[in-house]
Design a binder for this molecule. Structure first.
Ligand code: NAD
Length: 344
């Protein structure tokens, strides 16, 4: 049986034709809509296999009609060896008969969905008059984050910092070409000065402090992406303790997020509660809000559905024969050995 198959060239064609900003804007709406029906989803912390170099993870969920999962890795030292820190692929399946529907690359799609989720959170949590964003970490995710914040919140001014000057050169080049006003900072503290939003998007398998506690100003929204594994965080615990903290799925974030360094009952709000109007997001212009992002399966499900709906009817999109379909469903053996029986 043929399954819709979007390989890397296919994803690149789709992204190029539709445009990153258009995709993240619409994907933000799709993720918001799925958070608005949060109760429909099976939820479990992702299944992680850790090694000294990184982590391999499976992220499943289902809404009772469609099932989805993503395979993703996180290896902070990979760029030194010419590999990416994060790569992924994933699929959707029909809950009714269990057959796969869609198989796709998700390295690019993860960058799009992470940016869309960040923008979705910031739309609920950042001050509405925000105009500038500090970006600490200028790696693979950075441009996607910047474009999502422009598409959804109108942020056009970036203050960038990375310990690797080549990564800053790359982000500055791409962001200026995309029409952003870019300030190259001399350190993280200077990057944050006067910024309305701070995105931390660094990779280091350590309890790092990439955002100095005294650089956090009243009213900031902190969008923290890179602390997403046990022993891999980006913030001073004092910054977390002094913020109003919003998470995706608490049982997973307590293991993986910035709050892993807080008490097990540290108070958090899940984003879906804000989306559904059950709890408040920002309460005053002086609040420091923190989105402690780790990446959750429902976001990948939203992204998979979004792309599948966009490409499934396109005759140029490939299919792959992934499910053996014997004429007699009980005679898989004859189907599997047909070539041997006729002697070919
Ligand atoms: P990357 O390796 O391409 O980029 C990371 C950048 O951080 C590098 O340029 C590196 O030089 C920089 N950096 C490291 N330490 C720093 C420091 N102390 N100060 C400033 N810069 C520093 O990685 P990426 O693909 O951009 O991913 C970034 C992080 O986001 C990773 O930790 C990844 O695991 C995480 N991630 C999270 C989600 C999520 O949903 N929360 C999704 C995707 C990726």
């Amino acid at each position: 049986m043929n399954v819709t198959f979007l390989d890397v060239p296919g994803m690149v064609r789709w992204v190029t034709a539709r445009g990153v900003e258009n995709i993240v804007r619409d994907l933000t709406t799709a993720i918001d809509a799925d958070f608005a029906r949060w109760q429909d989803f099976d939820k479990t912390p992702r299944v992680a296999s850790h090694s000294p170099e990184g982590v391999l993870e499976l992220m499943p969920t289902s809404d009772g009609v469609t099932y989805g999962f993503k395979y993703v890795n996180g290896h902070p030292k990979n760029p030194e060896r010419g590999f990416q820190t994060v790569t992924a692929f994933g699929m959707l399946a029909d809950v009714g008969n269990g057959y796969p529907l869609f198989l796709t690359e998700m390295t690019i799609l993860t960058a799009l969905r992470t940016a869309a989720t960040s923008a979705m959170a910031a739309r609920h949590l950042a001050r509405p008059d925000s105009t500038s964003m500090a970006m600490i970490g200028c790696g693979a995710q950075a441009e996607f984050q910047a474009l999502a914040f422009r598409a959804v919140l109108g942020i056009n001014s970036l203050r960038i910092w990375d310990t690797d000057p080549a990564a800053m050169d790359k982000l500055e080049r791409n962001a200026v070409r995309a029409g952003f006003d870019v300030h190259r900072a001399s350190d993280a503290r200077e990057a944050c000065r006067g910024a309305d939003i701070v995105t931390t998007c660094t990779a280091d398998k350590a309890n790092a402090i990439v955002l100095p506690h005294d650089a956090v100003e009243p009213g900031m929204h902190l969008n923290c992406i890179g602390g997403d594994c046990p022993g891999k965080t980006e913030l001073d615990p004092r910054t977390v303790a002094a913020s109003r903290v919003f998470v995706e799925y608490t049982p997973q974030t307590r293991i993986e997020g910035e709050i892993q360094r807080q008490a097990p009952d540290f108070p958090v709000t899940e984003l879906w509660e804000v989306v559904q109007g059950r709890r408040t997001g920002r309460e005053s212009a002086a609040d420091v809000t923190l989105f402690d992002s780790v990446g959750f399966a429902v976001e990948d499900f939203s992204a998979l559905r979004f792309v599948y709906d966009a490409v499934r009817a396109d005759p140029d999109v490939a299919t792959v024969d992934l499910v053996a379909e014997p004429a007699d469903p009980k005679d898989l053996f004859a189907y599997a050995t047909a070539a041997a029986v006729v002697g070919v």
